[in-house]
Ligand binder design. Structure first.
Ligand code: ZN
Length: 115
């Protein structure tokens, strides 16, 4: 899902990454990252959904986790994005978890988390 129209730039994906792999529970996560990144002037890029090599049992394989690029952002912007996305998703469900990894932001929806 990419577009060259700067007026309607939407979530971009790394080549080979499909947003269709994501379950609807992840749509608020995409929205939160989109809002947070763009409010700081950064284009969000999904770098992984159910592709790639994740740990066995990872929620990536069932469409409940996505990774977002951070290498194009300043450390301050990354910190702000983690806080912003965490706050937005906490308002939606306690099941979202936002983790800052070495080179990406990982967001997952864990159905096992009890309310
Ligand atoms: Zn991940």
């Amino acid at each position: 899902m990419t577009t060259n129209d700067s007026r309607v730039r939407t979530m971009e994906t790394k080549k080979g990454v499909s947003l269709r792999a994501l379950r609807p529970e992840m749509w608020p996560a995409l929205y939160a990252v989109d809002v947070s990144y763009k409010s700081q002037g950064y284009q969000p890029v999904v770098t992984s959904t159910d592709d790639g090599n994740h740990r066995p049992g990872s929620l990536h394989y069932v469409g409940l986790a996505a990774d977002f690029r951070t290498r194009h952002m300043s450390p301050q912007a990354i910190t702000a994005a983690v806080r912003h996305v965490t706050e937005m998703l906490a308002d939606v469900s306690p099941r979202y978890q936002v983790l800052l990894e070495d080179d990406h932001l990982h967001v997952e929806y864990d159905r096992r988390v009890k309310r």
